[in-house]
Design a binder for this molecule. Structure first.
Ligand SMILES: Cc1cc2nc3c(=O)[nH]c(=O)nc-3n(C[C@H](O)[C@H](O)[C@H](O)COP(=O)(O)OP(=O)(O)OC[C@H]3O[C@@H](n4cnc5c(N)ncnc54)[C@H](O)[C@@H]3O)c2cc1C
Length: 405
């Protein structure tokens, strides 16, 4: 329970914590070793109703007053036990946000209830081998194949949940000549002819959730699967999705940091050296204090960003990018220090602490690298600098050329 949780936040936190402690933590090592999709964990998450947290009631969910914050709280609690399961869960929100933000009413009614019940899993297919940070540079094509029909050709890279998922939101080029309306999004199902799973990645971290190449060999889709029923909206929908999803990755990073800090605290209190607990050494206390301060700062930034999104405030890209980059940099720093506190035992696979460090790394890379997040933040600041024009009287007269980005 966090001091500022509303009754609704506290209800979601408790539900998530129960599954995290009873099911996720005990199975964590098994699925990290196996690198296999943990269906028994998916079943427990679905049975607890956690897949309903981001989906509105009219589409079978239970999203309440603060759906983004509730989602972040659930991801935080799961990630404290196992950050890989944090993303295994959150990637379903990433995959379904395009439908939520851009789908037609018919598409929402058709796909979202089955995601909310946990019956169907969903994946988000944007990145390609040669298009990661440069999401405008997609090569996968959807070519008109008749009245209101398209055939999708090409390969997507790094599809998290691929193979386990039933639905795939796929971004493809429909108008190669256009700059702003080049891309459209489609909803593909795994049993459609021409769809298959390619290479299954062998990963450093988040090993319980599959990351794969997805292959589209002339997958035919009708207008009913064109997201929002309109061509050329794909890039806009992808960016809207990422703005909503980034607080979830930030929560994964923050939960990962908190999980590692909790283990390091328990270990520091119990480990004896020189006849005393290592927690009595000031250098260890400094590490714990810095880890706790950074994790709490990340938590407050994630919650504040989530509350802004829940309030429907405009221009939230900057704060979503801040939350993502800060929390995930904290995750990497805190988990590395937690391994340090465990000493030699920290480096061994016998204990879960090294897994937190491996799982932390990817959070700085996916859903936009932290370099890309810094670009988003800098652009936001420079755009808002118009409001600071009055300060130009306080800088040298010869430095008045304005850089607008
Ligand atoms: C495990 C995993 C899971 C993933 N899951 C998904 C998923 O489910 N769906 C999906 O669509 N994608 C997914 N991704 C893709 C992920 O979002 C991309 O890997 C990420 O956006 C970076 O793209 P890239 O790997 O091509 O790196 P690149 O874009 O090639 O970047 C390489 C380096 O250059 C830097 N760089 C690039 N451009 C700039 C710039 N303009 N300024 C400064 N530095 C720059 C980057 O920060 C990075 O350090 C996943 C990736 C991984 C590894």
């Amino acid at each position: 329970m966090s001091a500022l949780d509303t009754a609704e936040n506290a209800m979601w936190r408790q539900k998530a914590r129960d599954v995290a402690e009873k099911v996720v933590r005990p199975l964590s090592k098994k699925y990290d070793d196996l690198q296999e999709y943990p269906w028994e964990i998916r079943d427990a998450l679905a049975a607890a109703g956690l897949m309903k947290v981001w989906i509105p009631k009219e589409y079978g969910g239970e999203a309440g007053e603060t759906p983004v914050l509730n989602l972040c709280i659930v991801v935080e609690e799961i990630s404290k036990a196992d950050p890989a399961i944090g993303v295994l869960f959150a990637v379903n929100a990433l995959g379904s946000f395009p439908i939520l933000v851009g789908g037609t009413e018919e598409q929402k009614q058709r796909f979202l209830p089955r995601i909310a019940s946990g019956e169907k899993l969903v994946a988000f297919c944007l990145s390609e081998k040669t298009a990661g940070s440069d999401a405008q540079g997609l090569k996968v094509r959807a070519v008109a194949s008749g009245e209101g029909k398209w055939k999708i050709h090409g390969e997507k890279k790094w599809t998290t949940n691929g193979g386990a998922a039933d639905f795939y939101t796929v971004f493809a080029v429909t108008d190669p000549e256009s700059r702003s309306r080049r891309i459209s999004a489609f909803i593909v199902e795994k049993d459609m002819p021409g769809f298959s799973i390619g290479k299954v990645e062998d990963k450093m971290g988040i090993r319980a959730v599959p990351v794969v190449e997805t292959v589209f060999d002339g997958v035919e889709v009708g207008e009913d699967r064109l997201l929002g029923g309109k061509l050329g909206q794909g890039f806009k929908h992808a960016m809207m999705t990422l703005d909503r999803a980034r607080p979830g990755v930030a929560a994964q990073g923050m939960g990962c940091a908190q999980g590692a800090l909790d283990l390091a605290t328990v270990y520091a209190q119990r480990r004896q050296q020189f006849g005393q607990s290592i927690a009595s050494f000031q250098m260890v206390q400094k590490m714990l204090a810095d880890m706790a301060t950074q994790t709490e700062a990340a938590r407050q930034l994630v919650y504040s960003c989530a509350r802004m999104l829940d309030a429907g405030l405009p221009n939230t890209s900057k704060v979503a990018a801040m939350a993502k980059l800060f929390s995930t940099d904290v995750a990497m720093k805190v988990t590395t220090d937690a391994v340090q506190i465990f000493g030699g035992y920290g480096f061994m696979r016998d204990y879960p602490i090294e897994k937190f460090m491996r799982d932390a790394k990817i959070t700085q890379i996916y859903e936009g690298t932290n370099q890309v997040q810094r670009i988003v933040v800098a652009r936001g600041i420079l755009k808002e600098a118009e409001a600071l024009t009055h300060l130009s009287a306080y800088i040298p007269e010869e430095d008045q050329m304005v850089y607008e980005g």
